[in-house]
Design a protein around this ligand. Structure first.
Ligand code: ZN
Length: 375
């Protein structure tokens, strides 16, 4: 019986995935009972944002655009929860609409974008920024968006991209730009981490219930999902599935890894799955989209890491955020495959003595994963 709990994100996971590659196609027949969907699995398929109306927890507030004077209904996140789990890069998922998708509003008329407070309490926008937006039309209008569009009809990824531009022009702090880029990376990731429920995938999802760790009060769903990945991958490595089930289990593992942003593990799996003829076409298409979205996520991650570094090095970061910024810089570097850098930032986070118990545990764990990457 292998020690599955030790199969984390470092060398252990890589070794098992390699073993899994070797065993592919030689799996013995699986024995399992089909059951109903567990709620946690269903969420993996519905978390991606463009949620149906009404949007629970997302209110609207009438605001006046500080650039063009247009009045419109901006988003107002009135209720949050983290019941959907917190990823290691601090993306907190809610049950229901994801607040991160609604933090940024866009004026449909001039496309000026920002947080709600940028519209309610942001003060005067510098004249050269107003000129750039109104006279030069320098903000690119997303396809299909008109001056009459509701902000909800503007893709969250576009709203973030517009807000980032506005923040750059307004010369907002490195720290605030770091957070905008980080949030944008979450939105890109979550938008892509969806798959259609095909009948054959549904059968694998029913299987997945047995991989769910025992429910514990206050458990982090994201940790549970990593545990499920570990167990499913172990099942694959042990040859528990036949050749028709195996691609679907691999798809399931890849999707959870992609959802968590563990792209170094997800990318090679998805790259193989997108051309796997045993998978149904809608799933191959989902795998292709997940692969494509990784580059867009990484672009935001690189920018977020650079801005956090700049904020830390220039000592222009709010003191209560400093330890978190050190941790996040390390984590972003790890996710981008820059393990040696990640270790240095994790060490600085540890040396700060200001990490919460949860972040302390994660920092030590992820530092070990990064260490395994450089060995
Ligand atoms: Zn406007």
């Amino acid at each position: 019986m292998p020690c599955r709990r030790s199969f984390a994100l470092g060398g252990g996971r890589r070794r098992r995935l390699k073993r899994l590659e070797r065993r592919r196609g030689s799996a013995a027949a699986a024995r399992y009972n089909a059951g109903v969907f567990a709620a946690f699995i269903a969420m993996s398929f519905t978390a991606a944002a463009q949620a149906p109306l009404p949007l629970a927890g997302i209110g609207r507030q009438r605001v006046k655009c500080p650039v063009c004077g247009r009045t419109f209904e901006a988003f107002d996140v009135v209720e949050e929860n983290t019941a959907g789990g917190v990823d290691r890069d601090l993306f907190a998922r809610a049950i229901g609409p994801q607040p991160e998708f609604y933090r940024i509003s866009t004026c449909p008329s001039c496309l000026y974008s920002g947080y709600l407070t940028d519209f309610t309490a942001g003060g005067l926008v510098p004249p050269f920024v107003v000129e750039r937006i109104l006279r030069d039309h320098a903000l690119p209008r997303p396809a299909g968006v008109t001056s009459e569009s509701d902000p909800r009809e503007i893709d969250a990824r576009d709203r973030y991209a517009l807000a980032i531009r506005c923040y750059e022009w307004r010369q907002r702090s490195d720290e605030s730009l770091a957070w905008l880029h980080l949030r944008a990376s979450w939105v890109v990731r979550d938008t892509a981490s969806v798959a259609p429920r095909t009948p054959r995938l549904e059968r694998v999802l029913a299987l997945a219930q047995r991989w769910h760790p025992p429910r514990r009060p206050g458990a982090n769903q994201a940790d549970d999902e990593l545990e499920i990945v570990t167990r499913a991958a172990a099942g694959l490595a042990e040859g528990q599935f036949n050749r028709y089930q195996e691609p679907f289990v691999r798809f399931f593992v890849a999707m959870l890894l992609r959802k968590q942003g563990e792209n170094r593990q997800a990318a090679p799996l998805l790259a193989a799955l997108k051309d796997d003829v045993l998978l149904e076409e809608p799933l191959r298409e989902a795998a292709r989209k997940m692969v494509e979205s990784i580059a867009a996520e990484q672009e935001h991650q690189r920018a977020a890491a650079a801005r956090f570094q700049q904020a830390i090095l220039s000592e222009r970061i709010a003191e209560p955020n400093r330890a978190v910024a050190l941790y996040l810089t390390g984590e972003l570097c790890r996710r981008l495959g820059r393990d040696a850098e990640a270790i240095r930032w994790f060490d600085r986070a540890l040396a700060s003595g200001k990490l919460s118990p949860e972040l302390l545990r994660w920092t030590r764990q992820q530092r070990a994963w990064a260490q395994a990457g450089v060995e």
